[in-house]
Design a protein around this ligand. Structure first.
Ligand code: SAM
Length: 275
């Protein structure tokens, strides 16, 4: 039976194109189009929007994004075996889907978009997901080229992204995401929703960039968070010793006996600006 968009069911697409999931490429496919629609809807209204999708695979999420009215989808896929399946979707939605074969870590997607609202939506491969998020949070220009990011991660990573001061999962990723975005977990997705099922639960994270983050250089912020969280159980006067230790903390007005996980994003920025 054809799916609601008139294209064949994903199970059939996968069988016909021989898309056995490859672990090395983080391939855990979602075959339920109701679930992919739920992920895509989390981004907000998509009519007339451009969507960047990383890792479309057999195209379940791509189809949902197109069915919800995105005027243009630019999808970057590393596995060339998926290209014929994606070409069928492109034929079904003429002029709206552009597939780029390549490694998303090596492609600057900001250069691919024109004017108009851009959203990033992806069920990310687990092995490159965090790096892609860091790249999108630290582009040379701010505000960035996108209006929102709706991204599937392993739940453990999602918790690190949304964590703030005092949370167990708070670390470098939480500081970066908290500095430049408002991030929340939209919903969890159990392992059995994927083919093949991964070992852990996943979460869809929705991030919106803040227009005016605290003024601070990314490299310095990274330097401070790396030193502070590199020895997260130690007091800051010890972990920040290579960057100035007690003297730096005194200038920032921060108690040297505190530990990294108690510092707010604002305090990390203050330290970074004093380096
Ligand atoms: N979007 C599909 C879905 O939701 O069913 C597939 C998601 S699967 C978790 C991740 C996809 O990313 C796979 O199709 C994989 O081939 C692709 N991929 C892995 N590494 C990549 C990379 N570096 N650049 C682009 N795509 C990549």
């Amino acid at each position: 039976m054809a799916a609601l968009d008139g294209l064949p069911p994903l199970r059939e697409v996968i069988a016909r194109h021989g898309l056995d999931a490859l672990k090395a490429l983080g391939q855990n496919f979602i075959l339920d189009l109701n679930l992919t629609q739920k992920v895509a809807r989390t981004a907000g209204p998509l009519e007339d929007a451009t969507v960047i999708e990383i890792g479309p695979g057999p195209g379940g999420l791509t189809r949902a994004i197109l069915a919800l009215g995105a005027s243009r989808v630019i999808a970057v896929e590393r596995d060339r075996r998926c290209l014929p399946a994606l070409a069928e979707i492109a034929d079904h939605y003429p002029g709206r889907l552009q597939v780029i074969e390549g490694d998303a870590l090596k492609i600057d997607v900001a250069t691919l978009v024109d004017d108009g609202p851009v959203h990033i939506i992806a069920n990310l491969p687990y092995n490159v997901g965090t790096q892609l998020l860091v790249n999108w949070l630290t582009p040379p220009r701010w505000p960035p080229f996108y209006r929102s990011m709706t991204l599937m991660f392993q739940r453990e990573v999602a918790l690190r992204i949304i964590a703030g001061a005092g949370d167990d999962h708070y670390g470098r990723l939480g500081v970066l995401a908290g500095w430049r975005s408002r991030a929340r977990i939209a919903f969890d997705v159990p392992p059995q929703a994927f083919t093949p099922p991964p070992k852990v639960t996943s979460s869809v994270v929705h991030l919106e960039p803040v227009a005016e983050p605290i003024d601070c250089a990314v490299e310095r912020l990274e330097k401070v968070t790396q030193a502070a969280f590199g020895q997260r159980r130690k007091m800051l006067r010890q972990s920040l010793k290579p960057l100035g230790g007690e003297a730096l903390l005194a200038r920032a007005g921060i108690d040297p006996q505190r530990r990294a996980e108690t510092l707010t994003v604002g305090e990390f920025c203050r330290l970074a600006n004093l380096l």
